[in-house]
Design a protein around this ligand. Sequence first.
Ligand code: 5AD
Ligand code: SF4
Length: 365
Amino acid sequence: MATKQSARTGSPLPGDSNRQSARTGNPLPGLSIEQLLSKESFTRSDIVTLLSVTGDQRIRLFEHSAKIKEAFVGNRVYLRGLIEFSNRCHKNCLYCGIRRDNHFVNRYTLTDEEIVSAACYAAENNYGSLVLQSGELETIGFAKRVEKLLKDIHKATQNKLRITLSCGEQEKDIYRRWFSSGAHRYLLRIESSGKELYEKLHPGDEFHSYKRRLKCLIDLQKIGYQVGTGVMIGLPFQTLENLADDLLFMKKFDIDMIGMGPYLEHEVTPLYALRHTLLPKEERFDLTLKMIAILRIIMKDVNIAATTALQAIDPMGREKAMKIGANVIMPNITPGKYRDDYLLYQNKPCTARMPTTVIHALKPA
Ligand code: 5AD
Ligand code: SF4
């Protein structure tokens, strides 16, 4: 895979950089790591170089991002209680375990009472912020339900919680209605900021249009939401240039929050057929840490989530991400009996077998 990808892009993949170091003694042609890290702005090629560093240079990258994190956002960990309130989805993303065509999934929707009670749990446990996440449905019934839920939650928690929605692509008018009902933030991952790669990861129909996804992000910003986005890392076909472009996209869009996690294959998805082309999981993990570190360097005070997918590869994954740049953790507070059914990828942690108390093990970096 590494050889194929390098040949395609000309840029060193993480697996190639040792070889490159041995050849040139330095993967940073003409520039020391200190010179590169102290630059005011970063080009695509600077970012590709930083994504390729190994050994002492990699350690310097992480030390630098940790220092920037401390200076700009401090050591505070922001907790957002995550409620995965429905796994029904009308989309068919080629990588996702709860895609429409996976008929092995036990589809569920929490009742209003269960959602409001989980929200009250969050408020009582001083979460301050809640994320309501679901698969994507664009029906009038769904839109109305979310609107009502927002009002019910605010009432039941005396407006103590800030609410983030993550319910996919919707018409601008729906986003507006939800905003007026008390949603403050919206998460919509671009998945990959490059149109070409995006189209390789999604079926080529009107439900999965790159143009519409971009429009949704723009609509959300115009309405006044704090907008979160993100990408998966280590996808089939993905190059270091794609990842550098993803970071530049987030900066250009002036995104408020970012969630980036390693891509993890799921058996019952079309993309599983390409598993032999993937980087080893440890490299996907390391690349994700580098993406977080570089993002912290180029967007100093942005909110960066330490995602659950990191923890699926390394039990200390989220803590490692917090140490080098992330500052937000989203503990899953979905009622336990539903958690096994929100399996976007295999070996997802914090399912019914793991209680929410795992969060108590998480300490500020
Ligand atoms: N591996 C990692 N992340 C995934 N997501 C969906 N499927 C996978 C997978 N197989 C992520 C997408 C989506 C978010 C809810 O979960 O980025 O936006
Ligand atoms: Fe649905 Fe989101 Fe999964 Fe795509 S990634 S299939 S929109 S839940």
